[in-house]
Write a protein that binds this ligand. Structure first.
Ligand code: ADP
Ligand code: ASP
Ligand code: MG
Length: 402
């Protein structure tokens, strides 16, 4: 069998953990499998590198940021290769350039376009364990790019798809996907399985256990994922197309406090305003999430929307350049908000979900600033400091711990 195993930062945080992973990988290899291992940077390395950059520059060039951040993953694969060699296993570490991980040119948030599988195949044919850097790619200028925070999961799934792997295992510091972040909601329950669609929603709404684009890719290429712990042998969670059990009403609760809200106030109440604003933001690769437009009054209206807080400085630049043309009287930025969401495929057929969620907020006196719904999720915007309390209250309301 060809097996892809991805290990996250905490799983390789120090020498002892590196050896723990090396032994797990060796077990799989010894059974006669071909093994490709995708690794993240050790522990807090990526955060530390970002902090180092900020010591030098408030707004470092994105190209150079990717050059810097990609070094974390390169350390991990080299160290793992040393550990496996020490244990007597043949292996080779490869970076994105050597693997031919071609991405778009958008530094810090590049998307994978294709992988040239030849080099990996050659190494597997030699019976080498192949260690590949997660998170990084290269663009058409031969520059190093990165896939966005948490992107190593996406590297692993992309390799599994490109090489038609039999199994893709994501090893992390929890033993599976839970009904909510188990570090925040103590009653959260581990799921045996979850559909791509539900996992995609949870991941996109803040459940960091999987990078949302890894789930998108897994769905597209039908790669079954297993999420499990690198420290225990507990059975993990399978992420796949359809689950055996009847669709659950709610599959989970997610929280995201890495957002910012922008409000454009006093815009002329005429056609084409929303089009102009959001087209301009899209051109700058700024992802807009929840949008709220007020009722027009005195021929003016306000438009508020949320964006990832990492894109706030880009958004500020665009807004300052265009505000006059849009005719906005003022602008307000708020970084003290969080988004809490409930996700569930069964929600379509049940009308009571929204009111139950709002009741949970009423019960604990939390004010809702914005609401957004779709067939499979409901999201609310609340004060950031209330996020954990809100997640627990909502989780409790739906009896997810049963
Ligand atoms: P890795 O470094 O292995 O990629 P991450 O920190 O990116 O690990 O993701 C694992 C973390 O995701 C867990 O420690 C947990 O706190 C968090 N998490 C958030 N939502 C969930 C969820 N629904 N189920 C499991 N873990 C979750
Ligand atoms: N090291 C990168 C990060 O911290 C990628 C990853 O862990 O998946 O975001
Ligand atoms: Mg991760």
């Amino acid at each position: 069998m060809l097996i892809v195993q991805k290990f996250g930062g905490s799983s390789v945080a120090n020498a002892e953990r590196v050896y723990n992973v090396a032994k797990r990988v060796a077990e799989t290899y010894k059974k006669g499998n071909d093994v490709i291992v995708v690794l993240s940077a050790q522990g807090d390395t990526t955060d530390d590198l970002i902090a180092k950059a900020k010591e030098i520059s408030k707004n470092p060039p994105k190209r150079e940021m990717d050059m810097l951040l990609s070094t974390g993953e390169q350390q991990s694969v080299a160290l793992m290769a040393m550990a496996l060699s020490e244990l007597g296993y043949p292996c080779v570490s490869l970076n994105a350039y050597q693997v031919g991980m071609i991405t778009t040119s958008a530094y810090s948030n590049a998307r994978l376009k294709r992988i040239k599988p030849d080099r990996i195949r050659r190494e597997l044919d030699r019976r080498n364990i192949v260690l590949v850097t997660g998170f990084q790619g290269m663009n058409r200028f031969d520059d190093i790019t990165t896939l966005g925070r948490g992107g190593s999961d996406t590297t692993a799934v992309a390799i599994a798809a490109a090489l038609n792997a039999d199994q893709c295992e994501i090893y992390t510091d929890v033993d599976g996907v839970y009904t909510a972040d188990p570090r925040v909601v103590k009653d959260a329950k581990k799921l045996d399985e979850i559909t791509y669609n539900e996992m995609l929603e949870l991941a996109s709404l803040g459940a960091k256990v999987l990078h949302n684009r890894s789930v998108e890719l897994a769905k597209k290429y039908n790669v079954e994922l297993v999420v499990r712990s690198s420290l225990t042998n507990a059975e993990g969670t399978v992420v796949k197309e359809a689950c055996k059990m009847e669709e659950m009403l709610i599959s989970g609760v997610a929280g995201d406090d890495e957002i910012a809200r922008v409000s454009l106030i006093g815009l002329a109440d005429t056609p084409g305003k929303a089009f102009d604003i959001f087209a301009t933001l899209a051109k700058k690769n700024i992802n807009v999430d929840i949008i709220l437009q007020s009722i027009g009054r005195d021929n003016t209206k306000d438009i508020s929307f949320t964006i990832p807080d990492t894109t706030l400085s880009d958004a500020k630049e665009v807004i300052e350049q265009n505000m006059q043309r849009w005719g906005a009287k003022s602008v307000d930025y708020n970084e003290n908000l969080a988004k809490v969401s409930v996700v569930g495929a069964g929600m379509v057929a049940n009308t009571g979900v929204a009111s139950k969620m709002f009741e949970a907020m009423y019960d604990c006196g939390i004010n809702i600033h914005m609401i957004s719904t779709s067939e499979i999720k409901i999201s609310i915007l609340i004060d950031k400091k209330e996020m954990h309390r809100a997640m627990n209250a909502i989780h409790g309301k739906f009896d997810l711990a049963d």
